[in-house]
Design a protein. Sequence first.
Length: 280
Amino acid sequence: MPTLMLRETLISYDNRYEHYSVPDHIRNISANCFNERWELQWLTLPEHLEELGDNAFRMCINLKRIDMPVRIEKVGRALFSYCRNLKSVSLPEGMEEIDYEMFRECGALQEIVLPDSVERIHGSAFSSCGSLKYLSCGAEVFALLPEKVQPAAALTYLERKGKENSRLPEIFERYVQEKKELLLEMGIRRNDVRGMQYLLENSDPDGELLRNCQEIAQRNHRTEIGALILEAMEKNRESTSEGALDWDLSETCRVGKIRGMKLFLAEIIIDKPLRLWYYI
């Protein structure tokens, strides 16, 4: 089907191109307009776009990049469903609903930015988004998220906002305390140093939880995070009078550059605490 426009509406699209820029005068993109356009890899939407119809980009299986406008008023259902190579999306302000199956089967999707204007999120919006690591949103939108994607959103918030050393919104503080074991494990696996630093300093993990984190860090070769866990274990040991730290030093206690500093193993004495010195 050829590209077909009717005044300010794009009705259909010719699928011969890998990159397509929707003309600037277009205000509406019809339902199914780009559905199953398999050759499309990069799509640029116009600045003054107002509406995206249902299934507008469904089954664009090779779509890797989409440049969205700053603001949009209405977005339909299953917008990006089965876009299996799409890696990141920043949704525009003005959107009030993340509708039914918006990101269903987006298996490569790693990062989503949600605007503060969102008021409703359908439970199936993020179905089968197995690679999702970063979900950026504010506190009010976080409260609307399906439970399965809340850990990614919480860690993203801690990484990007928690580093400012300002008090977190109450909903994030409460979630961190309730889900700290899950968040700590997830933070180690995705190597989120800033998020882990906040969690270790503020979630008050006990000795057993820290030892579990220690083992996960070792298995995943997270040297920098391992050093943070060691420090937390030392503080916990001092406050609870526990015994010496039990740590396999083969991975984490080696010379390495950590956040602009050189980490040196200074002293290991059997049955005595492990000490680390930091030299600028």
